[in-house]
Design a protein around this ligand. Structure first.
Ligand SMILES: [Ca+2]
Length: 311
């Protein structure tokens, strides 16, 4: 199993394989339809429940079978630009007007702040650039990236119509071609009007396909802190909310089928991916639903982001 983390002065690199003992069949699987902003083929991932794991607290960094490779606890005075870069505007500067999803916000630096040891991404009613809302989108591209490992964040999401918070990953180099051929990994997405549902998804192709699944929160809602995680191996990816494994996708289910694939069964998810955090307003994912008339602002609170490497 290849593992690497680029651009980091780390001494923690451990190269080893890991073996998970997932035994029991999930007894409370969440049956819900696959959803996406794109009208393309989709299927649901299989479910395995690791019933032996426990819900981590924000102070508990120990993860069985993993060693911590990188983290941002958001304890700096402002966003640490050694880790993150801001993205700006309506996407036009990146060749994707309205970010490819009919999103209704203009991204600004000022909407990503640090407060009380948390990253705060604020979507607000504010007219900029011809848009009625502002928000923030940050990424670790060119700074922090990984192939494989456990990528997790502990977050509280706003219960507000029209919000689309996301914790996700895109490829560093588009080795297999532009989106979606080099893949996209959505660790957590939510519609702010659905207080008890988050989802994970995997995008790939050509032609474009995706697999997604919802996780229904049982005891509380999205505004409560939950730990959202991806465990990514060469042959399998597992999505978690508070250590509940609600979706598993194996390499037989994903593919690239582009020039550089050369019959590689692990393509496109055998390359470095970086992390993105953002909160869109409106957009296709939520059916274009916009915030209510009395909307002023909403906050996505991120306690930490961590990358672990399998031992
Ligand atoms: Ca923190």
């Amino acid at each position: 199993m290849k593992k690497k983390l680029l651009f980091l002065p780390l001494t923690l690199l451990v190269l080893a394989s890991c073996d998970f003992a997932f035994a029991s069949i999930n007894s409370e699987e969440d049956i819900s339809s696959a959803t996406s902003q794109l009208d393309n083929t989709s299927t649901e991932g299989s479910i395995i429940d690791d019933s032996t794991s426990s819900v981590p607290t924000s102070d508990d960094k120990e993860r069985a079978g993993f060693s911590l490779l990188w983290e941002d606890e958001f304890t700096t005075a402002s966003l640490d630009t050694n880790n993150w870069s801001y993205m700006f505007g309506n996407g036009a500067d990146y060749g994707i007007v309205n970010w490819g999803n009919n999103e209704a916000q203009w991204y600004k630096r000022e909407n990503a702040t640090i407060r009380d040891g948390k990253l705060v991404i604020t979507a607000a009613r504010e007219q900029v650039g011809g848009y009625q809302y502002t928000s923030a989108r940050i990424r670790t591209a060119g700074k922090i990236s990984t192939t494989y490992g456990r990528i997790e964040a502990r977050m509280s999401l706003p219960e507000v119509d029209g919000m689309w918070p996301a914790f996700w990953m895109l490829p560093e180099d588009n080795f297999y071609g532009g989106w979606p051929y080099s893949g996209e990994i959505d660790i957590m997405e939510n519609r702010g009007r659905e207080y008890d549902i988050t989802s994970g998804a995997l995008h790939f192709g050509a032609p474009h396909q995706y697999i997604s699944r919802n996780r229904i929160l049982r005891d509380d809602t999205i505004s409560d802190y939950h730990t959202y995680a991806l465990e990514w191996e060469e042959t399998e990816m597992r999505w978690y909310v508070d250590d509940f494994n609600f979706m598993t996708i194996t390499e037989e289910q994903w593919f690239s089928s582009t020039a550089n694939e050369t019959d590689n069964p692990y393509a496109p998810f055998d390359q470095d991916f970086h992390i993105l955090l953002n909160m869109a307003v409106g957009g296709n994912f939520s059916g274009g639903v916009l915030p209510p008339d009395d909307f002023e602002f909403a906050e996505m609170l991120i306690e930490y982001v961590r990358i672990y490497q399998a031992e």
